[in-house]
Design a protein around this ligand. Sequence first.
Ligand code: ATP
Ligand code: MG
Length: 420
Amino acid sequence: MTVPRPRPRLALALVEGGAEEPPPPEDPGPPPREALVLRYGELFLKKGNRRTFLDAVDRRVRRTVADLGAVVRPVHGRLLVEGVGHSPEALARLRLVFGIASLSPAWLLGREPGEWERLAVARARLAQKRGARSFAIDTERPDKQLPFRSQEVNERLGAAVVEAVGLKVDLGRPDWKFRLELGREAVFAWEGALPGAGGLPVGTAGRVLLLLSGGIDSPVAGHLCQKRGATLDAIYFDAFPYTGPGAREKAVELARILARAQDALTLHVVPFARVQERLRDGAPADHLVLLYRRMMLRLADRVAHRVGALALATGESLGQVASQTLENLACIEAVAERPVLRPLISFDKSETIVLARRLGTYDVSIRPHADCCSLFAAKHPVTRGRRETLERLEAQVDWQGPLDEAAAGVETVRVGEEER
Ligand code: ATP
Ligand code: MG
């Protein structure tokens, strides 16, 4: 394949001006194909296992859009998604894939500068209609073997836009920017970029067991663990028959949404009512929430051990409710054998809600249901629990039997395999 050296437009006009016959119109060829370009995020930090990280991102991207008919291929350090055009559905899904820094709708081009020029002019016309007065062309040339330099391409395309559309060059703060990437495997153009989800690809940080209630917070906490590469299992404590089957269904639905970011997700459903009854019968109502939580962590640890989870995670946020004072968090986690991750510790509720909406869990979370934690509990639980008090109360109650029964009765629900 030969690529002609670019000829400045003005020179062309001078030469051709004197010709007797007008030159034949250039064959515009097929219109450029639409594609999506994805840029990797923080992965440069991971020098040693960079390949593993890139493969994990590629795999997640493929899985996310496979059912839309997308074909994904890496090109000069980017990921190209073809076969879905600029589909808003594909973009919305890909914006949630961890390990992606940004995404752009793009146009795949051949290797003829004439084609690049035609697209630049067509897009410039559109930009002008939308109010742009100034522009810049920015070419990158990952393929250093191409027989011309980026600056020459910028000048050629820039001159064409000035001549055909009349926009003004402004390299500092252009109203519209047209970018070209000239790579060996692909040449493409793009205009703007959407922010990606950032983070690290799911599956690169080990397993975390998320305590998933039907509330707003815990699904978001799980999402943030996934953001740093963790693969989730989830555990739900079911107060059935005190809560209806709808409460459990909510947890299943939330788990299904979280499963989109990984291959599949196992939700462990613990029959918790017996444990709660036993505590109710033997301990004061204002300490019940803390006692429930300690039992939850004990049971979660057992499940974590079985599934190889290295940490637990909750949706707790400092000071958000009575059970979430520092004193109470300390009382709760005293019984855990693993680190308890609390990604929302510094979040305001409104910040959590923004993320919950983006993730798609919010509408499920706000469906009315009673959580097991309020069962039998005092309206005003202790805000400054003391570990010694809780240990004393636990010593007075025979909870080991009900705890073992709950552990033996755990059911697992696998979600995420049926879709995609
Ligand atoms: P959420 O919105 O996640 O329910 P919250 O602000 O309502 O959180 P709490 O109800 O005090 O707070 O629960 C704190 C955390 O304890 C939850 O984020 C969750 O991780 C865990 N948790 C509470 N109830 C359950 C449950 N029934 N099953 C599993 N985990 C639970
Ligand atoms: Mg809750």
